[in-house]
Design a protein around this ligand. Sequence first.
Ligand code: URA
Length: 205
Amino acid sequence: PLAKPPERIPTGSLATVRRKAKQCRDCPLWMHATQTVFGEGPADAQVMLIGEQPGAQEDLQGAPFVGPAGRMLDKALTQAGLSREAVYLTNTVKHFKFEPRGKARLHKRANAAEQAACRQWLAAELLRVKPRLVVAMGAMAAQALFGARFRMTQQRGQWQPLAAQAEGIATWHPSYVLRTRGGDARERAYAELVKDLRQVAARLA
Ligand code: URA
């Protein structure tokens, strides 16, 4: 149920699709990244959480949300009464993009062409897992799911119908919460993230 479906969706089981994604050369990001970071979680999960793209830690470990953003997400999931093991966790874009700065690798946002080239993998994950509830974390995931006109500031935390009897909701990305500074802005954003995830837990119950 993506707003702009890809031209073709890779076929086969989730394990097969994951294997195919490891070999993806459909945009230039594979050249400098360590590996494809595919989604993780039960193939029959009722909830799918979609982030933006892997960070440096995820690139090295080959798993989504294992760095600082992942630690914040784990905390928020626990506070919302959701278990990380029960959800399928993935990203809109499956390769790390960065700019070398000395020894560091500075995160760079995937551009529209890279996002479009990667959409096939997210579409395949949605098709195989068939989650009942889909959570888009951050604008990149929200726009992939709900369309380019989706506005986080106005539509965050509101359920949206998706195809195939699914429903979706957008919330803040944990990295956005981590980056937020000034007054109690960060606490407020974190509280909203937890509140949105609680809505997911409530729909499951
Ligand atoms: N941020 C994301 O969007 N995804 C990850 O996997 C890690 C950080």
